[in-house]
Design a protein around this ligand. Sequence first.
Ligand code: NAD
Length: 446
Amino acid sequence: FFNSGITKEIDWRINQLKKLAACIQKYETEISEALKTDLNKHPYEAYLTEIGLVYKEIKTASKKLKKWAKPKKVKTPPFLDWARSYVYKDPYGKVLLIAPWNFPFQLLILPMVGAIAAGNTVIVKPSEFSNATTNIIAKIVKECFDERHVAVFEGGPEVSQALLKEKFDYIFFTGSSRVGKIVYEAAAKNLTPVTLELGGKCPCIIDENTHVKYTAERITWGKFVNCGQVCLAPNYLFIHQNIKDEAIAQIQKNIQKNYGKDASKSKFYGRIITDHHFERIADLIKDRSLTCGGNTDGSQKYIEPTMVEVTDLNDPIMHREIFGPVLPYYVYSNIEEVIDYINSQPKPLATYVFTKNDRLADRVFTETSSGGACQNDTVMHMVNDNMAFGGVGESGLGGYHGKFSFDAFSHQKSVYRNSFLVDFPFRYPPYKYSIGLIKRLIQYLG
Ligand code: NAD
């Protein structure tokens, strides 16, 4: 199907994207209901954090695709003056997308939009844990696309493993760092290029010089939205000792404001995806003294928004990706200690710093490494598609969103187009010019 050349036609790609948008619109209510079933997502949140982002991505790609896909003329050095140089955007060919369960709709459809926009054929493998959303994705893909263009393979690791045995031209994986390594190894066997969007473990610093109310609001939202099952959620807080009591009180106040006195009764509060993850998170807080929260109900996969103080940075809770509604915090007095700690850990997906002191924020941004970062916010850098969203080191490889998605799924082919007007003989043997002449020429042109 790819070799037929049809996916290379820009108008055809735009049509496919428009068809996808129309199909999503047709099933919007079902998508929202599926997200409710899988994660107890409120429809408002489903639109805000999943469906809305997908519409925006499709709209941007459809509008800008002609410009993005056009070969870009670049300068040609003066000694090659009779030639022209271009960068062509070639689709890779057959793309494999593997997605997780936490934002099961957007984390599959967003990269799919990029892969289609760039002219590839796509196989998607949604998560086996978000079944309701996987079903509706399968329905949309089957209704919308020729299966030789986009096809869904449902199932768990065994299906991924079988797919990874096949040769793809590009693999885009979102999930844990552990499975990311398995995917990377499988891709290496065929020298297949990859994007890996991996685990979070994002540190969040609260300086003493901050707007405490807004700080608490933005952290409470970033941590407890989707019941903490967010790769970009703050994994732990570093709170300056001079602001500790006020910051903690404000965060607790916000938890109650957002989810009421009893979060289990809130229609805005999510649930943990599986029993396994419920047990894993409940174990983290078992037998600990907690600052707030701690109530759980296994039958509902419910875990209350919980805060826990950590007094030793070697505490095991600091070393895991929590991926749930548990927020550990450590009280610091010295920013060096915080920066040293962050630098001693695998590189996170994002680093957050809340401060009115721009120099301090700059210091954190330049002295630590992370996929992305925010000053005075959490999560929101991923909404701006003028910046790539992705990790570094343990948190991933490559980035996407907007034009970065198009670029991720395109090979940038350097094309040199010479003419027959002139021919310079000095590169051909037998070499009759002195080496000194060539040295001077290259020095002059360089
Ligand atoms: P996961 O790695 O367990 O699974 C992701 C996908 O890989 C699923 O489709 C699953 O079926 C497949 N898979 C699982 N085991 C496999 C194996 N052995 N071989 C091949 N494929 C396999 O991740 P998850 O639990 O679905 O999602 C949570 C993780 O994803 C967290 O670590 C989170 O930080 C990360 N995540 C990252 C981003 C990001 O953008 N960086 C976004 C969301 C989630």
